[in-house]
Design a binder for this molecule. Structure first.
Ligand SMILES: [Zn+2]
Length: 96
């Protein structure tokens, strides 16, 4: 078995703010909260509203535009277009 990444530990060492910046997100901090346009490549539709919000302290995000949510590792995976979901994600599914 390969060494399993300790996500809990990794998460505690990473700062979401840094991760966001790494992906070119201009962090607009309001307390522990960042809100802005959704940076995810999977985001579809209008992106001129701050649909994306991230809790920089807890390292979690969600977007009410595309419905993406998760922790900062999942965010990084989405930015890298890595499919972290188990099973095929039906692209362009009509649920909204
Ligand atoms: Zn989005």
């Amino acid at each position: 078995m390969p060494a399993w990444i300790d996500f809990k530990e990794l998460r505690s060492k990473l700062r979401f703010e840094d991760v966001l910046r790494r992906y070119g997100v201009e962090v607009r901090r309001k307390g522990v909260q960042h809100t802005g346009p959704c940076p995810l490549p999977s985001h579809k539709g209008k992106n001129n509203v701050p649909a994306f919000s991230a809790n920089l302290e807890r390292g979690i995000f969600n977007c009410f535009g595309c419905g993406a949510k998760g922790n900062l590792l999942e965010f990084a995976a989405l930015m890298e277009r890595v499919d972290i979901e188990d099973g095929p994600a039906s692209a362009g599914s009509p649920e909204s």
